[in-house]
Unconditional design. Structure first.
Length: 296
């Protein structure tokens, strides 16, 4: 596959958006569209909806967007896929909204000390942690667009963030970047490596995932990577439980490393113990990390 000779540099693409008139054009096209169907608007109708005076000024800015964020057709203009993504980021408040949800009890005990867990949201990050500051355990910290949580009840906040966390970590477990679909590499970090939240008692064995395309990166636990593994899903299903519907911070094997044990060093191996009712499933992983064995 070859790169399009007319591709824009990142700084040029963002420069195109550095104008209020162009933002209004993208908003007008997005607001006119229905889910899954970008609306095509004629020149005059688009200008009216964008509320831009001066035909020449409007035409100049519209033409700057065509080819990158807007497509020109025989019937008029519509958002291209990059334009749709820009519109979605604007609607979600990804770069503009400031939302805060004060910590609230979620009815789950800390997997480290037994105190209540609390969830909250600020600085665009959803956090589930122990309510006891002396414990300091943090079970999940994850980015979520602010507008997606602003109007939800507490249970809706938990459900939405759980779905996002599970979906994106499942993608990383398969080596696919959840943000750009690029190839994602993963490796288990040595315990002495520099890393965020080094003193977090809920995490002992961190996995660093990095994307070679967009430079996205994330740290996960070994247990968090196996929640959607077929062996784990079927194990819970045999007990009448859909584990993919459980909030990940309620699952001891996924929320902390208390059930993860390094069993060998040459080659490196670890076992994640998964319990349901009175039965145990053991997932054996290498430092890929990949599942190399299952014992029930």
């Amino acid at each position: 596959m070859t790169e399009d000779s007319e591709s824009l540099r990142p700084d040029d693409a963002f420069t195109l958006l550095a104008d209020r008139t162009r933002i209004k054009i993208i908003q007008a096209l997005g607001d006119a569209s229905t889910p899954g169907v970008p609306e095509t608007l004629p020149f005059s109708e688009l200008r009216r909806r964008a509320d831009i005076s001066g035909s020449g000024r409007f035409n100049y800015h519209l033409k700057r967007l065509v080819g990158q964020f807007v497509e020109e057709t025989g019937e008029g203009y519509r958002l291209s896929y990059p334009g749709v993504r820009v519109y979605q980021a604007m609607k979600a408040g990804t770069f503009t909204e400031r939302v805060r949800i004060d910590p609230f009890d979620i009815g789950v005990d800390c997997h480290v000390c037994g105190a209540p867990q609390v969830a909250g949201y600020h600085d665009s990050l959803f956090r589930v942690r122990c309510s006891d500051d002396d414990c300091g355990a943090v079970f999940y910290k994850y980015f979520c667009p602010p507008s997606s949580l602003a109007e939800r009840e507490r249970e809706g906040v938990l459900r939405a963030t759980n779905e996002r966390i599970q979906r994106e970590i499942a993608s990383m477990a398969k080596g696919v970047c959840p943000w750009c679909c690029g190839r994602m590499d993963a490796r288990v970090l040595p315990r002495e490596a520099e890393m965020p939240q080094r003193d977090n008692p809920a995490i002992e064995h961190r996995v660093l995932h990095t994307c070679g395309t967009c430079d996205g990166s994330l740290y996960t636990r070994l247990g968090g990577l196996v929640v959607t593994h077929p062996a784990v899903v079927s194990f819970f299903h045999d007990h009448g439980v859909d584990v993919t519907r459980r909030h990940v911070w309620t699952l001891p094997f996924a929320a902390s490393d208390e059930r993860t044990t390094v069993t060998d060093t040459e080659p490196w191996r670890a076992t994640v113990r998964v319990d349901c009712e009175d039965e145990t499933l053991r997932i054996r992983l290498d430092d890929g990390p990949s599942v190399v064995g299952v014992c029930r």
